[in-house]
Design a protein around this ligand. Structure first.
Ligand code: GDP
Length: 432
């Protein structure tokens, strides 16, 4: 009691405003119906149209999923290479496991959206660990592609260099279809009915699809209850530095401190140590740092141990893991990465790193408006703040059209959405 959030009604609590279907086995996937205890109710409601399309997708998946009569017939057709007339109304899209976990989660959400828009059935290449990381999202029939799927041994060659890669097909004029769902005119009406708030696409689809498996849910809940639940405020800081040299770097630490202190996300410390006794009811802030390296959070933790804060608050700094470098084949590595993305999504205030899908996933699942650490270049980090005063998504180009203001100047700019995960049309971005 007192540790987790309480929500009165089942529909808005456990079923996430109707996003989730009722009736799943709760022991097979503990996270599905208990994630709501760890979050405030989302400010973004799924549209009733999205809810009804998800329920009809679930029916389609049940009818066409692995090992159904329709699936078996489709396999026969695939093996024979011939179109068999009057076969079935089941069409499929297969998602292939590839790249880091954040990239995988985003591409899988996009693939599911494409499946919704074209009435296809989504099947997921299990790769090494998809089943280990995620619960089944659809009732009755698995979303995992059976291991005896005939083309499975060709998957490794279907990468960015393959002539069948969409980008290469565009380059070679084999197709002229945009790669971008929001550029396809025939999807426009449907997309706006599904998602009247365009920037919430990943927020809804992500919470519908990605339920941590029981192993990963254990990592998440044990960590949350031990280090984060009792805090008055939780602050997430995701540090992802794209640099071939080994960090930690001083200019990155300076940027993090300068930005978080300036925006009062973290309290400043009193270097004179003049405050001796923190008050009885001093507020407790818990800072969750995720990074491949331990150096940044160690510096932060020492700072708050060695000096009192100016506000009298006390600050705990926690970092679940420091895996040193990105690994793709190790099971526990990806479990931890997924747990950390999810933990970040449970914070109240989130700082992410530019260009990282790891941070996008956290922000999107949480429905948070993140502060973004600008990418460092030539060992300098941009630390001044521009406030975004206006931002809207241009439906025709997937660009975010924005106006920044700084010292009375206003600057118009365009930002590529890169993903559908921006959850708010107004961002605050740090740069000089
Ligand atoms: P992106 O490269 O930042 O867009 O994110 P991806 O998730 O696609 O790829 C980065 C991968 O590196 C992750 O999936 C993890 O395997 C690893 N990684 C990067 N940052 C962290 C971190 O803070 N914690 C953990 N556990 N792994 C990380």
């Amino acid at each position: 009691g007192g540790v987790l959030f309480q929500h009165a009604d089942k529909y808005n609590g456990k079923l996430l405003g109707g996003l989730l279907a009722d009736g799943f086995d709760e022991t097979a996937c503990a996270s599905r119906y208990s994630s709501f205890l760890y979050r405030k109710i989302s400010l973004h409601k799924p549209s009733s149209y999205l809810i009804s399309r998800l329920r009809s997708y679930e029916d389609l998946h049940k009818r066409c999923g692995p090992n159904t009569q329709s699936y078996n017939k489709a396999l026969e057709q695939l093996k024979s290479g011939k179109k068999i007339m009057g076969l079935t109304d089941c069409n499929y899209i297969v998602w292939i496991s590839f790249s880091g976990l954040g990239n995988r989660i985003l591409s899988l959400a996009s693939t599911f959206l494409y499946a919704l828009l074209t009435n296809r059935v989504l099947l997921v290449d299990q790769g090494k660990d998809m089943a280990d990381l995620f619960c089944e999202p659809f009732p009755d029939k698995s979303w995992l592609l059976p291991r005896d799927f005939p083309l499975i041994d060709q998957f490794d060659s279907l990468n960015q260099n393959s002539p069948n890669c969409h980008g290469n097909m565009l380059k070679n004029n084999i197709t002229t279809m945009s790669p971008s769902l929001f550029l396809i005119p025939s999807f426009e009406t449907e997309l706006s009915k599904l998602f009247p708030e365009k920037a919430t696409v990943f927020h809804h689809l992500g919470r519908y699809l990605f339920h941590p498996s029981n192993h990963v849910w254990g990592l998440i809940t044990r960590y949350y209850r031990t280090y984060l639940a009792k805090a008055d405020e939780r602050i997430g800081i995701q540090i992802r530095i794209f640099d071939s040299r080994r960090g930690p770097f001083k200019h990155v630490m300076d940027q993090i401190l300068s930005c978080t202190l300036k925006e009062k996300l973290l309290p400043a410390v009193d270097m004179q140590d003049s405050v001796v006794n923190p008050s009885e009811n001093a507020k407790l802030k818990a800072v969750l740092v995720t990074s491949l390296l331990s150096g940044y959070s160690e510096d932060l933790r020492n700072m708050y141990w060695e000096h009192p804060t100016m506000t009298g608050e006390v600050v705990g700094v926690y970092q679940p893991s420091h895996e040193e470098f990105q690994q793709t084949e190790k099971q526990m590595h990806n479990r931890k990465a997924w747990a950390e993305m999810y933990l970040l999504s449970l914070t109240d205030v989130l700082v992410t790193s530019a260009w990282s899908t790891f941070g996008y996933v956290a922000q999107g699942l949480g429905g948070l408006r993140p502060w973004i650490l600008y990418k460092t270049e030539n060992d300098t980090a941009r630390v001044r703040l521009y406030q975004l005063v206006k931002g809207e998504v241009d439906p025709h180009s997937e660009l975010l059209l924005v106006t920044f203001q700084f010292s009375g100047h206003s600057i118009d700019a365009q930002i590529s959405l890169l993903s559908t995960s921006l959850t708010n049309s107004v961002l605050d971005i740090f740069f000089e």
